[in-house]
Ligand binder design. Structure first.
Ligand SMILES: *Cc1c(COP(=O)(O)O)cnc(C)c1O
Length: 503
């Protein structure tokens, strides 16, 4: 073990501290809380130094600061295996300037969404963690997805020895391409199940299985242990810190900003994982002026930042940014814990209230800790207009999720006059949401049906119209056979798991 060891404890009880590898292997703490670092180390070098590093070098460096019980050799192997030709650009996460903003493109991996940034490496981290902790049980990755995590996790864990993966997705809450990506996934150890419910139902169902003591006992007897590929796993969050530092270093290198200039970062948000990684980066020393949390019409986070009240008692709206259709943002719990001065009792009490009443209010003192953040939201019409306007003016094409970030940032700039250089997280390829994007570009509402064309025809049209290439992973879906067609009710999720594992 190195000096400056970082330990992990649960947001709901800090009696037990564990290593990073143990936290990754478990996914969720036994008390149902999320693992958080006991402190955030400062970056030991200047941002100027980081301009000299490749994505892989920076990933090794930044992840090494937080995953302190992994050896350098292990991290090196994980990074090298993860960030390779699976990405269609050497930059891994290129940054594009359009209309005065910087779009950090996080979708150049195998599944065309930002989840690849962390899920390309998580299986390798998990395998190391299993060895390190001499775990002899088979790891069962249990995951709920709002569309993109599912495919990225399936692709990452397919045929990884010593693991199985079970993905639950909302049967009517993902895009056709997202569903197709999942149900065509090959691999001896992969299972994909549609759930009759929304993402929150699936996520709550999965969390309940994680803390179901009778089930866990049966699993142990059968030689299994649960873990998670959702952003509740700290092994998802740590790799996401890297690209914010990388983006800053790129802007510095290209002379777009000066040394120690504080940027804004705007993140289209659902489960609050991506923006939490930006918050951790800031706490580690990345110069940030504002973190802009962008929501779609499910604007529970916007209301929270405005009022200090988190209230999920509202209608769940299906939008054209389905990966952000979430009313229970799991990772907000980590922020709540930190702004309560790492007080797990306070956090546990608020989370209990969330389960019981569907709402909680934070204290004025805790609200002080939110000063770095500002919230915004964009309607479906605003997103469609954003896609169209930016495309017409600059030729830059964005997907429906990135459009939420972009539209929110535009409104923020107009309302506040804050014209700080802003990095907008671009979280998916436009081709993943071809129908909605094509409709937007052609001036129709995103939901309008574009005739009877299938998604491949739509992608070809989008490609022709915008003169951008259809990504290779999209083409590969054509003709891929459907391998998974199970659908279950919310209260049947446990039965599905025991059936799959033969318990
Ligand atoms: C998952 C996802 C988001 C939301 O990210 P969180 O970390 O859940 O806040 C936004 N856009 C896309 C395309 C996604 O897949």
């Amino acid at each position: 073990m190195k000096n400056n060891q970082v330990w992990y404890r649960s947001t709901r009880g800090d009696r037990e501290i564990v290593t990073a590898s143990m936290a990754i292997m478990r996914g969720l703490a036994p008390d149902g809380g999320l693992y958080v670092p006991d402190h955030l180390p400062r970056f030991p070098m200047s941002m100027r130094d980081y301009t000299q590093m490749t994505y892989q070098e920076l990933a090794r460096h930044v992840m090494g600061l937080l995953l302190t019980d992994f050896s350098e050799r292990e991290l090196n192997a994980c990074v090298t295996a993860a960030y390779d030709e699976k990405f269609d650009t050497e930059a891994i996460a290129p940054i594009m300037c359009a209309d005065g903003s910087y779009y950090l493109e996080l979708w150049h991996g195998a599944t065309m969404a930002f989840k690849d940034m962390a899920l390309s490496i998580l299986p390798y981290l998990m395998t190391c963690a299993v060895h390190r902790n001499k775990e002899d049980k088979e790891i069962v990755i249990l995951t709920a997805t709002s569309g993109d995590t599912g495919k990225a996790a399936l692709a990452g864990f397919a045929d990884v020895p010593g693991t199985r993966i079970i993905v639950f997705y909302p049967k009517h809450g993902v895009s056709p391409i997202q569903e197709r990506q999942m149900v065509t996934q090959a691999g001896k150890n992969v299972h994909v199940i549609g759930v009759e419910g929304n993402f929150d139902d699936a996520q709550t169902g999965v969390k309940a299985l994680f803390t179901d003591e009778a089930l866990i006992r049966r699993m142990e007897e059968g030689g299994f242990r649960f873990s998670s590929a959702n952003s509740i796993n700290i092994g998802r969050l740590v790799p996401q810190i890297v690209y914010y530092v990388y983006a800053y270093a790129q802007l510095l290198k290209e002379g777009e900003i000066g040394s120690s200039y504080a940027v804004n970062i705007c993140v289209p948000t659902g489960n609050f994982g991506n923006i939490l990684a930006a918050y951790y980066a800031e706490r580690m020393g990345l110069p940030v002026h504002k973190l802009i949390c962008a929501s779609n019409s499910n604007k529970v986070l916007f209301d929270f930042f405005r009022t200090g009240v988190y209230d999920k008692n509202r209608e769940f709206i299906l939008t054209d940014s389905p990966s952000m259709d979430i009313l229970i943002s799991s990772n907000l719990e980590r922020l709540i814990y930190h702004i309560a001065q790492d007080d797990s009792d306070k956090d546990a009490a608020l989370m209990k209230r969330l389960v019981r009443e569907g709402r909680y209010e934070i204290s004025a003192e805790m609200r002080e800790g939110l000063k770095l953040f500002t919230g915004g939201f964009a309607t479906e019409e605003e997103c469609a207009k954003e896609i169209r306007d930016v495309f017409e003016e600059t030729g830059y094409l964005m997907d429906t999720h990135t459009a939420v970030g972009s539209a929110v940032h535009r409104k923020y700039r107009e309302e506040t006059g804050d014209d700080t250089a802003t990095i907008i997280a671009s979280t998916a390829s436009a081709y993943k949401f071809s129908r909605a994007v094509l409709n937007a570009v052609e001036g129709r509402p995103m939901r309008a049906s574009a005739g009877s064309d299938d998604d491949f025809k739509l992608a070809a049209k989008l490609s022709h119209l915008t003169e951008t290439p259809v990504p290779a992973p999209f083409e590969a879906l054509k003709g891929a056979p459907v391998l998974h067609d199970t659908v279950c009710k919310i209260d049947e999720m446990k039965d599905q798991v025991t059936r799959i594992l033969g318990l």
